[in-house]
Write a protein that binds this ligand. Structure first.
Ligand SMILES: *Cc1c(COP(=O)(O)O)cnc(C)c1O
Length: 451
C-alpha cells in the first residue's frame, strides 16, 4: 500500500533547536554598529530584543532547549505532516519521489509561528508589555499577533501599505488575535510622515515598515521589536521543521538527493535545510541544497555580498549579507512575495562558503507549478512556496529525462487562502514576468554604505 503522509506522535516532537554556527568551517562575520562600524555588542541590541534572544543570536551552543511553555503551544499544530506527492509525480510522469513538509497547518497558516511563539515567550518572561513589528504579505503580523495573544502581550503591526489595502482579511485576522494594525508608511513616525509628505499614496516596503516598527519600540523600556526572518535566532527556531523532517524521511526510508526551499529572508529554508546540512557535513548523506528566489527580487543570485542595513531608514546594525541595496523596492507587479532586499546573513555566509546553491525563477513558472500542485495534491500554496514547488518540478522533470529516482524534499511553508488575489490575476492571464531592472538595483546599491 502506498503511504501518503508521514506523521510523528506528539511525544516525538524535537525538544531542542539546532544552531548551525558552531558546525560551520568559518564563523559568520559580526553585525556592526551603524555609527562606529565596530562589532555590535549586546547593548546595541538591548533596546530592541530581550536578552535571551540576543544570547541566542550569537550563541556557540550547538543545541538550545525549547522551553516547556513554547512546546505546549507548538503542540497546537506540531509535529507537522510530511507528505509524499504521489499525485503530482504521476502528473509529471517522473520517476522522482517528491516529499514536502507542510507548515500551513499552523494557526496563522505558515511556518512563522515557529519563531513568533518563542519570541513572545522570552519577551513575556522578561516583563515586556508590547511588541511592535512589520508585515508584508501579512503572514508574520498574523503569526506574532497569535503568539502575543498566548502570552497576554500587546502587539502593534505596521503592514506595507500596498498589502494593507489589497489584503483586508489579514488585518482582520490580526485584530481577531487582539493586535493593532497600521498601514506603513504611517503618520505615527517621523520617517513615515516624511515619506507621506512626498507621496500621500506611498505603497510602502518591508524596509520602511521595519524602520517604523523599530522607531516605535526603541525609546520605550517595556516595548520591544520582533523580526520574523533574517536573524540567526529566527532561523534557529525554524530548525524544528528540519529536525522533524529528518525523522519523517527515516520513516519513509529515504534520504533526499535534492532539497529546495524558497528564500525571502531565509527562515523556512534555513529551518528545513540546516539539520540536513549538519548530516551532510557529518558525511551521513549528500543532498544538493538549493535556495530558490523570485526573479523579481534576486538577492542571492544578483545581489552583492556586503555590509548593509536591514531597514530602509538605516537604523539597524549593519549586517554582512547578499543585498540589492536597502532602498530597493521590487516591482509592484511581482505577486509572489519574498520581496525583502537582503538575504539572511547566515544563509548568505553559508552560500559564500559554497555549502548551498541558489537559483531564481520567474512568477509565471511559479504559479503554473502551483496550479499543477493544487490540482493534484489539493493544497493551495502561498505565493512564496510556489518558488519551491516550481524548483521541485524542474528537478522532477530532469529526473524524467535521466530516468533517475531522484528523491526531492521541499517545504510547503504556507497555504494561500488569504492570497487568492495573486491567483486571480494569474488565472485571468494578467500576470506578467517583467524584466528585472538592473538600473534599479544599481541605483539602490549606491545607498549601501562603504565599510
Ligand atoms: C514570510 C514567508 C516566507 C518568506 O520568509 P523566509 O524567512 O524566507 O521563510 C515564505 N513563505 C511564507 C509562507 C511566508 O509566510
Amino acid at each position: 500500500m502506498t503511504q501518503h503522509k508521514y506523521l510523528l506522535n506528539e511525544n516525538q516532537i524535537p525538544t531542542q533547536w539546532y544552531n548551525i554556527v558552531p558546525d560551520l568551517p568559518a564563523p559568520p562575520p559580526p553585525a556592526l554598529h551603524p555609527g562606529t562600524r565596530e562589532p555590535a555588542g549586546p547593548e546595541d541590541f538591548a533596546p530592541l530584543f530581550p536578552m535571551e534572544l540576543i544570547k541566542q543570536e550569537v550563541s556557540q551552543d550547538r543545541y538550545i532547549d525549547i522551553p516547556g511553555g513554547v512546546l505546549d503551544i507548538y503542540k497546537i499544530w506540531r509535529p507537522s505532516p510530511l507528505f509524499r506527492a504521489h499525485r503530482l509525480e504521476k502528473l509529471l510522469d517522473t520517476p522522482a519521489k517528491i516529499f514536502y513538509k507542510y507548515e500551513g497547518v499552523s494557526p496563522a497558516g505558515s511556518h512563522k509561528p515557529n519563531t513568533a511563539v518563542p519570541q513572545a515567550f522570552y519577551n513575556a518572561q522578561e516583563g515586556v508589555r508590547k511588541l511592535t513589528t512589520e508585515t508584508g504579505a501579512g503572514q508574520w503580523g498574523s503569526s506574532l499577533s497569535f503568539a502575543c495573544a498566548q502570552f497576554d502581550l500587546e502587539c502593534e503591526v505596521w503592514q506595507v501599505a500596498a498589502s494593507y489595502r489589497a489584503k483586508p482579511y489579514r488585518k482582520t485576522m490580526m485584530e481577531i488575535w487582539g493586535a493593532t494594525v497600521h498601514p506603513s508608511p504611517s503618520e505615527l513616525t517621523e520617517y513615515g510622515q516624511s515619506l507621506l509628505a512626498e507621496n500621500p499614496d506611498h505603497t510602502g516596503s518591508l524596509g520602511i515598515a521595519i524602520s517604523e516598527a523599530v522607531a516605535m519600540a526603541a525609546p520605550h523600556d517595556d516595548v520591544r521589536y520582533a523580526l520574523g526572518s533574517v536573524l540567526n535566532h529566527v532561523l534557529m527556531h525554524q530548525t524544528i521543521i528540519g529536525e522533524e523532517a529528518l525523522l519523517q524521511m527515516q520513516m519513509a526510508s529515504e534520504t533526499p538527493d535534492v532539497l529546495v526551499g524558497c528564500t525571502g529572508g531565509g527562515s523556512n529554508f534555513g529551518g528545513l535545510s540546516f539539520p540536513f546540512l549538519r548530516e551532510k557535513m557529518k558525511g551521513n548523506m549528500n543532498p544538493t541544497i538549493r535556495c530558490v528566489e523570485p526573479a523579481a527580487c534576486p538577492s542571492l543570485t544578483k545581489g552583492e555580498y556586503r555590509y548593509d542595513f536591514g531597514d530602509s531608514a538605516g537604523m539597524t546594525p549593519l549586517m554582512k549579507l547578499h543585498t540589492l541595496g536597502h532602498s530597493f523596492v521590487p516591482d509592484p507587479i511581482h505577486a509572489g512575495g519574498l520581496r525583502y532586499h537582503g538575504m539572511s546573513p547566515l544563509v548568505s555566509h553559508i552560500y559564500e562558503l559554497g555549502l548551498v546553491e541558489a537559483e531564481s525563477i520567474g512568477q509565471s513558472e511559479c504559479f503554473n507549478g502551483a496550479l499543477q500542485f493544487a490540482r493534484t495534491e489539493g493544497i493551495v500554496p502561498a505565493p512564496e512556496p510556489t518558488h519551491a514547488i516550481a524548483a521541485a518540478i524542474r528537478e522532477a522533470l530532469r529526473a524524467k529525462e535521466s530516468g533517475e529516482e531522484t528523491v526531492i524534499l521541499t517545504a510547503l511553508c504556507g497555504h494561500g487562502h488569504l492570497d487568492l488575489a495573486s491567483y486571480e490575476s494569474f488565472l485571468a492571464g494578467q500576470m506578467i514576468d517583467h524584466d528585472l531592472s538592473e538600473s534599479s538595483i544599481a541605483e539602490a546599491m549606491k545607498t549601501v554604505p562603504v565599510v
